[in-house]
Design a protein around this ligand. Sequence first.
Ligand SMILES: [Zn+2]
Length: 124
Amino acid sequence: MHAKEHRGRDYTPLFKFLLAHVGKPWNEVYSEAVSRLDRADPIFWLVALTECDRDEFVRAGESSYYSGLYVDDSGLLQRVNPKLGPSSLAPECKCCTHTFNGVRFTQPFRLSEFSLEPGSNSET
Ligand SMILES: [Zn+2]
């Protein structure tokens, strides 16, 4: 088995290539993508082959997020959730620059994310 790790390798260009070809025939996108790579599996970090593998977004590295993709019934590459964008997710921490499809998150980091609303349920 070739269990070689490719950690630290940057697949940003591949992910951007895939995103730029949403709506295009998957066969063509795949063969072009695979011809530029030494291995095919990073393609499937973003592209789900089965329905249960579909994710709205995929995390690549510490703070880079990308749209989850799939192939529709007519063989076209599609986003799992086309509405998802840089304003959809909140950053997990303050120290990193979080990006969605290469675009910076528009939501600020908030510590109050999990705090309860005060005075909404007063029992006396
Ligand atoms: Zn951080």
